[in-house]
Ligand binder design. Structure first.
Ligand SMILES: Nc1ncnc2c1ncn2[C@@H]1O[C@H](COP(=O)(O)OP(=O)(O)OP(=O)(O)O)[C@@H](O)[C@H]1O
Ligand SMILES: CC(=O)N[C@H]1[C@@H]2OC[C@@H](O2)[C@@H](O)[C@@H]1O[C@H](C)C(=O)O
Length: 367
């Protein structure tokens, strides 16, 4: 199948689109990819929506005008990304924008995950069948609904020495550990760029701390870091996943807000690495190497903190010949093909699904 994967991540920086030829099990060709950054006004709208989402959800106000308007703007930019790729496609994998993620906390409890985006509008604008809503079926079955990329990571990493750990540093961090027989252990590690971006906005008035300049100018605060390290998420065994804002209260309570701009950034970078170090304790065996994808691999402060925290070499995924900016978008092309073929997206080792589960919903192409 000729697929286009579309991912709008928790960093809210833009949409990534990638062309992939795949049957969902193998990759025949990884084609071009593009990113369309969101205008600042849409970033602000989405960031406000993340804050408002818990109340909107709890009050059943999912179709508020502000939500529909953000979904429409987001979807139109996704359609622009598809047009920019300019490749004939059979299927689009449309993740949408997560505004709230609250998987079930325990057996018998119900959870929910909310991605905004108008799949019918995207199908109309592109003339291509759209697969969307990749996470709900898993959450409804008691899974975490995230992460979803591990099954794609396994295809990519087929010929690499095992065990290997693939770390994505987006707004939130997530890791996939792949064992010698293709076993998967995957989960969200902790906050990554999300709090760093919020900090950069507050202290620099910038979207992010470019090249980690601010963090590299400071030092991690031992007391704040010590309080953060005691967060129960770190020791909780997988499966586990996070909302983009899950650590905000803990960061406030730990006193991060009182630090100087540089020390605050250094502390947040160090904490991201501490979370990854804690994640490694949940692996069945230590990985021979860490391959890092996502925007965080461009932040030298994060990469330095990771290298000093982890025992195996830590390198950007480009050393394996992959494109660390396109990986998640590529994954949603492959996942769309898996949905079309009824193949599982999630597994006991990834989301804690009770058994391998398919998911997603399909909107046919409009003529
Ligand atoms: N040169 C750079 N220096 C520092 N940080 C950078 C740089 N380039 C990108 N980033 C960080 O990477 C972030 C974007 O990462 P990415 O695109 O992987 O996130 P995402 O796909 O939105 O997130 P997620 O994986 O959580 O869905 C930016 O918000 C920024 O924090
Ligand atoms: C609920 C949600 O959107 N989660 C994202 C987020 O961003 C990174 C991390 O948290 C990961 O669990 C997931 O994204 C990737 C694409 C995934 O599902 O594999």
């Amino acid at each position: 199948m000729r697929t286009i994967g579309l991912m709008s991540g928790t960093s809210l920086d833009g949409v990534d689109a990638a062309y992939v030829e795949t049957d969902g099990e193998r990759i025949d060709r990884l084609g071009p990819s593009v990113t369309i950054p969101y205008p600042s006004s849409l970033r602000r709208e989405l960031r406000a929506l993340l804050d408002a989402a818990p109340a909107l959800h709890d009050e059943g106000r999912l179709a508020e005008p502000a939500v529909l308007e953000a979904a429409r703007r987001l979807t139109e930019i996704h359609a622009q990304a598809v047009a920019k790729l300019n490749r004939p496609a059979d299927l689009i994998g449309f993740h949408g924008q997560t505004v709230l993620h609250r998987p079930a906390k325990g057996p018998g409890q119900s959870g929910h995950t909310w991605q905004i985006g108008d799949a019918a509008l995207l199908a109309r604008l592109t003339g291509v069948e759209v697969v969307h809503d990749f996470r709900s079926a898993d959450v409804a079955a008691g899974g975490q609904g995230a992460p979803l990329v591990p099954v794609f990571h396994r295809v990519l990493a087929e010929s690499l020495p095992k065990p290997v750990a693939i770390l994505n540093l987006g707004g939130v961090g997530n890791v996939t550990w792949i064992g010698p027989d293709g076993e998967l252990v995957a989960f969200d590690t902790g906050p990554a760029n999300g709090p760093l971006d919020d900090w950069a906005r507050r202290s620099l008035g910038a979207d992010y701390d470019r090249d980690g300049h601010l963090a590299l100018a400071g030092s991690p605060d031992g007391a704040v870091l010590g309080r953060l390290m005691a967060h129960p998420y770190l020791d909780t065994p997988p499966p586990k996943s996070l909302d983009r804002l899950d650590f905000d209260a803990a960061l406030r309570e730990a006193g991060a807000g009182a630090l100087s701009p540089a020390d605050g950034a250094a502390t947040l970078a160090a904490f991201c690495a501490v979370c990854v170090g804690a994640a490694a304790r949940h692996f069945p065996d230590p990985p021979v190497q860490w391959l890092v994808a996502g925007g965080g691999r461009r932040n030298p402060a994060l990469m330095k903190a990771l290298a000093s925290m982890l025992e195996a070499p830590v390198r950007p995924v480009e050393v394996a010949g992959w494109d660390g900016d396109a990986l998640e978008a590529q994954a949603f092309g492959v996942l769309a093909a898996r949905v079309a073929r009824g193949l599982p997206l999630t597994f006991p080792g990834t989301t804690g699904a009770p058994h391998p589960l398919t998911g997603g919903r399909r909107v046919p192409a409009y003529a």
